[in-house]
Write a protein that binds this ligand. Structure first.
Ligand code: CMP
Length: 139
């Protein structure tokens, strides 16, 4: 069954550059409904846990340091086939390879500071939404 939700994170550099509003506008204009949202700063331990699947990758320590370096916006966004639709809207991981008009091309800085995170599968979306939000925090 195709899921209808995905998790996005507006990453520290995009927040710092003032891109929260423009990114949320792109999400709204693409027809997603925001069902949960928080503005917070991850601890190093929380960032490690969130990105645990990448713990053996060479970029893991830097990614954890970056993701815990400043406030982020996390949100559950909903639409039919949300994971795939959102991945299309944001573009590939590297902003330099992302198409014109995609969120990562517009608001990403580099491969690590790529503007936003988006879940890569329905299973990841389920885990990631549960990581940040309880049932009472979803609308
Ligand atoms: P994200 O969608 O948050 O999922 C994993 C993150 O790891 C990714 O975005 C990038 O921020 C980061 N990442 C992935 N590949 C690399 C890489 N080759 N070098 C540095 N960072 C990377």
């Amino acid at each position: 069954m195709i899921g209808n939700k995905t998790l996005t994170i507006i990453k520290p550099m995009a927040v710092k550059k003032g891109f929260i509003g423009p990114i949320l506008t792109k999400i709204n204009e693409a027809g997603f409904r925001i069902s949960a949202m928080k503005y917070l700063q991850l601890t190093v331990e929380e960032a490690k846990a969130f990105y645990d699947e990448h713990r053996l990758k060479p970029f893991y320590d830097d990614l954890v340091a970056f993701m815990s370096s400043g406030p982020i916006v996390v949100a559950i966004i909903e639409k039919e086939n949300a994971v795939e639709e959102y991945r299309h809207l944001i573009g590939p991981t590297d902003p330099a390879k992302a198409p014109e008009g995609s969120i990562r091309r517009l608001y990403g800085t580099n491969l690590q500071q790529n503007g936003v995170h988006g879940s890569d599968s329905d299973i990841s979306a389920e885990r990631e939404c549960n990581f940040f939000f309880s049932a009472l925090e979803r609308y």
